[in-house]
Design a protein around this ligand. Structure first.
Ligand code: HEM
Length: 130
């Protein structure tokens, strides 16, 4: 059975989320598909925002809400053209980060499923010629 999303933070705490987003963002600067989308001067801020969001989403404190307001992720990703290829790369980097981070296997499965679905939901560009 899948773990309840809100049970994850109480189970693993903050550190694995911070380690996960650090491992993810560590790959961004050299990624030729995703790197150009991110502001190099604020990667630490981006890491903080994603970490805060995930902690809130999975049952932890609502730091994200207090700093950034309601997530509205589709709206916030509107400035970045996300096609299937970029979606797939984002998921690939996150799955690699998940493997590098010490997270129990059942939690990893739940997070992985969430990432794949959320990333698909954020696609906002149709393939050319469609
Ligand atoms: C599908 C491919 C994706 C791409 C190309 C992408 C790209 C980006 C970029 C360029 C930013 C701006 C960085 C910043 O300054 O915060 C961002 C922000 C963010 N992304 Fe994504 N993203 C993707 C998927 C996701 C997914 C699946 C999630 C949810 C787990 C997510 C959650 C966030 C959050 C929470 C922020 C910060 C929003 C804010 O408060 O401004 N992104 N994303």
């Amino acid at each position: 059975m899948d773990l309840l999303d809100s049970a994850i933070y109480p189970l693993i705490g903050e550190q694995p989320f911070r380690a996960l987003v650090a491992a993810f963002y560590g790959q961004i600067p050299t990624d030729e598909l995703l790197g150009p989308l991110y502001d190099r001067r604020d990667l630490a801020g981006a890491e903080q925002r994603l970490g805060d969001f995930l902690i809130m989403r999975f049952g932890g404190p609502d730091l994200y809400l207090r700093q950034r307001g309601h997530p509205r992720l589709r709206m916030r990703h509107h400035p970045f053209p996300i096609d299937q290829t970029r979606r797939d790369r984002w998921v690939e980097l996150m799955e690699r980060a998940l493997m590098e981070t010490e997270i129990p296997a059942d939690v990893r499965r739940t997070l992985g499923k969430f990432f794949r679905e959320a990333a698909t939901f954020l696609i906002n560009v149709e393939p050319a010629g469609k």
